[in-house]
Design a protein around this ligand. Structure first.
Ligand code: ATP
Ligand code: MG
Length: 361
């Protein structure tokens, strides 16, 4: 296969981890006889410095002309005083908007060797392997009207939770598709006891379930889901939910793994290129030191292969390689000391960890 991949390293540790991720994809290409063409673009704070804007037109054009976008991270203290239109994060929002991505996928995996990194008891988290599918473009974050005005009792303020049937259907459909490729268990999370939007969401999910006989659909209220994520996270396989609930639940689920340096994400649109990035930020405190954990970005490459290039075997090979190096005891500094099975040796750096994964592939 020939594929064009846009690489947007961004700020902080972004360049360090994306360099290793590209090297990994090159090895995958070599082993499986693919041709991946990489082209780099500016985004975030480094784009402000070099081009005067967090999302240069050339970057968006490059992303649109690619089959998948590999992104590092954006932001850092250097740009904290920039006006809103020139914040590094504005570049990322612009990219998501420009590529019309509407779904954010966050797999939450607890690796057996790292169960003790979790703030939860080992028997609660051992074996967790869930995936949250969050709607990204609608709901309370974007509905109209919104804003503040002066009222009798002081400020009056309005936010609107708004969805169209089309928006709900497309995210539910993605949830069903992904559930049917995994173990077939789909939990739709809502607040149907109080929200009309959630009642419509439930009706549409029920109607769609008829088309997916292999998927078992269940509904759960968001407050109950939030409790279950810490009490019994193993009960979840694929979770599909709207924007606000997904924002909160995906961060809650991420912390139960105890290792944010390990978690990848994908943002997908209808047919266009997806954006693949680690869930962690630019980590300015460790940037340039060669100690960042590259695994979240390397696992994001697996998601790129799976969701944008339909290379499932290659995606699994990366995931298995990561499992293997962890099982062999390789630990970057963020993982060292908090995990059983580590060799007790001093932690390895970004490049050494990445090299071991490439060798395992
Ligand atoms: P953002 O605001 O961009 O979401 P943040 O400031 O909330 O990001 P991070 O930049 O992810 O958070 O950093 C949080 C902490 O986790 C920092 O101490 C950072 O060093 C650490 N960290 C983040 N990513 C990694 C990584 N890949 N390897 C090691 N440590 C990391
Ligand atoms: Mg930050």
């Amino acid at each position: 296969m020939h594929a064009k991949i846009a690489v947007l390293p961004g700020d902080g540790i972004g360049p360090e981890v994306t360099t290793e991720a590209v090297a990994l994809l090159q090895v995958v290409a070599e082993v499986y006889g693919h041709q991946f063409e990489f082209e780099q673009g500016l985004i975030g704070g480094s784009a402000i410095d070099d081009a005067g804007t967090p999302l240069p037109d050339a970057t968006l054009a490059l992303a649109k002309a690619s089959q998948g976008v590999l992104l590092g991270a954006v932001g850092g203290p250097k740009w904290d005083k920039e006006p809103a239109s020139r914040r590094p994060e504005t570049g990322l929002l612009g990219l998501r908007k420009g590529l019309e991505v509407f779904a954010n996928l966050r797999p939450i995996t607890v690796f057996p060797e790292l169960v003790d990194a979790s703030p939860l008891k080992r028997e609660v988290v051992d074996g967790v392997d869930m995936l949250i599918v969050r709607e990204l473009t609608g709901g309370l974050y974007f509905g109209q009207p919104r804003g503040r005005s002066a009222g009798k009792g002081g400020i009056e303020v309005v936010d609107t939770l708004q969805y169209s049937e089309h928006e709900i259907r497309r995210i539910l459909q993605l949830g069903f598709e992904i559930a049917s490729q995994r173990s077939g268990n789909l939990t739709s999370v809502d607040k149907a006891n109080v929200l009309e939007s959630s009642r419509v969401w439930r009706e549409l999910a029920e109607a769609m379930a008829v088309d997916y006989p292999g998927v078992t659909l269940s509904h759960q209220l968001v407050d109950s889901a939030a409790m279950q994520i810490v009490q019994n996270p193993k009960r979840f396989d694929v979770v599909v939910t709207e924007n606000l609930f997904g924002d909160i639940l995906s961060d809650e689920a991420a912390v139960i793994t105890g290792s944010i340096g390990l978690l990848p994400s994908a943002s997908l649109g209808a047919g266009g290129p997806g954006i693949y990035e680690p869930i962690h930020g630019s980590a300015p405190d460790i940037a340039g030191k060669g100690v960042a954990n590259p695994l979240a970005t390397m696992l994001s490459c697996a998601m790129l292969l799976r969701h944008s290039l339909s290379l499932e075997v290659e995606a699994q090979v990366i995931e298995e390689a990561v499992k293997r190096v962890l099982a062999e005891g390789a630990r970057t500094a963020d993982l060292a000391g908090q995990s059983i099975g580590s060799t007790g040796n001093s932690p390895i750096g970004t490049q050494e960890m990445a090299k071991r994964v490439r060798e395992a592939v």
